[in-house]
Design a binder for this molecule. Structure first.
Ligand code: TRP
Length: 394
């Protein structure tokens, strides 16, 4: 059984069979690559991607994306002029935090550099069907709207982006969903997702729904997402060619550690572990001062003498993974912290300043998104058009 208990942002990081992949509370990414049978995202492939993008990206340079499937083939198609499209999504189960939004920022960069279509699925059906969440359909629909605003705030190109919510869009997807469903046996999803005979049948059908957008265009689909979503792509890759489509390609991102340290998870029931996209400046400050796990020494004297450990310091890791794109600057900070000249409090202040600025800008774009949402959801006829051109004729 492949666990789907891990999440970007670690929302479900401690569940299922993820434990064997954790080394002293950290995710063992090499082991994940082995277990999932994906490819390591190596230097030469990163360089090729950056060359074609015409720009380097710090998340690539720093290994935030660490694994892939068929990215080489996607780039080959792009070089030959055939192009590709991007697909990602969000399970609308509550407010989004920093960990949730990072892959969207990277997806936006890919869209900008390659000028490609992006399809974003909001799985209000899935989050309703997951029993342990105890969410009503009204709630998951409400969160779809709220999350869509955060996603639009990332800055996707309205002419190339289609955001759709399953319960609304299902009529357009249903034909494809049953074509997929007919090819996937219960024994497969049971093995891949760990379903059993008391799993509700909505959940058993749902993988077909998440697979459908990989078939929105008849060229290669590249999915930037956390590795916990990979089991879906595995099933997709078994059946896609039989339906006349490409196997989905994927790039997998690492998890941003919870504020409270590498152990445990960012969790909605423990708000101190995460920073939410709607946290006000006061809360940001409080959470980081109070909870951000420190790699520093217990006293200033000791810290000056022995220095801190940036590898386990969450403030440093957050700067490294997202908030400080400048390589020279991040190395300066790393050195200063290691040497003891930079204190934990000072490091936290640096992070607070970055997070506050980021969220202030994000929140103002989120306000503007309220006017834009129809452009993405209803007039963004992209998927409908593509769909008619491709699949409807089958
Ligand atoms: N199942 C995902 C979740 O629970 C949501 C999702 C749907 C998704 N389609 C996707 C995530 C494609 C990444 C890529 O969050």
């Amino acid at each position: 059984m492949i666990s789907w208990g891990i999440y970007f942002g670690g929302e479900r990081a401690a569940e299922g069979s993820v434990t064997p992949w954790e080394v002293e509370g950290r995710v063992d990414y090499d082991r994940l690559i082995e277990e999932f049978g994906t490819q390591k995202f190596d230097r030469s492939l990163i360089e090729r991607l950056e060359r074609l993008a015409g720009e380097s990206h710090y998340m690539l340079r720093r290994g935030i994306f660490f694994s892939h499937r068929d990215l080489d083939k996607v780039l080959e198609d792009y070089e030959k002029g055939g192009g590709f499209f991007l697909y990602t999504g969000r399970g609308p189960s509550g407010p989004m935090h920093i960990g949730h939004i990072i892959p969207f920022y990277f997806t936006k960069w890919l869209q900008e550099r390659f000028k490609v279509n992006v399809y974003i699925q909001l799985t209000d059906d899935e989050k309703f069907l997951e029993k342990k969440r105890r969410l009503s359909l009204m709630e998951t629909k409400k969160w779809s709207y709220e999350n869509a605003l955060d996603i639009i705030a990332v800055g996707f190109d309205p002419d190339r982006t289609f955001i759709f919510q399953d319960t609304e869009y299902m009529g357009h997807m249903y034909e494809a969903a049953i074509k997929v469903a007919k090819k996937v046996n219960f024994s497969t999803v049971r093995a891949v997702f760990g379903f059993n005979t008391s799993t509700n049948i909505g959940m058993i059908f749902f993988p077909a729904v998440q697979i459908v957008p990989t078939l929105f265009e008849r060229r290669r689909c590249l999915i930037p997402a956390a590795i916990d979503q990979d089991p879906y792509w595995r099933v997709q890759r078994d059946i896609a060619e039989g339906l006349g489509f490409y196997k989905a390609a994927a790039i997998h991102s690492k998890f941003i550690p919870p504020l409270t340290g590498f152990q445990g998870k960012m969790s909605s029931s423990r708000p101190e572990t995460a920073i939410y996209l709607n946290d006000p400046p006061k809360t940001i400050k409080e959470k980081i001062y109070k909870y951000a796990f420190s790699g520093g020494q217990p006293t200033v004297e000791l810290h000056r003498k022995l220095g801190g450990n940036p590898d386990i310091d969450v403030s440093f890791q957050w700067l490294y993974m997202f908030f400080e794109p400048d390589d020279a600057r991040i190395e300066e900070i790393r050195e200063a912290y290691r040497s003891g000249s930079l204190l934990t409090g000072e490091l936290k202040d640096m992070l607070i300043e970055k997070v506050e600025k980021f969220l202030e800008e994000h929140q103002s774009r989120r306000d503007e998104a309220k006017e834009l949402i129809n452009t993405f959801k209803y007039d963004g006829n992209l998927a409908r058009r593509m769909w008619r051109e491709t699949v409807a004729s089958d």
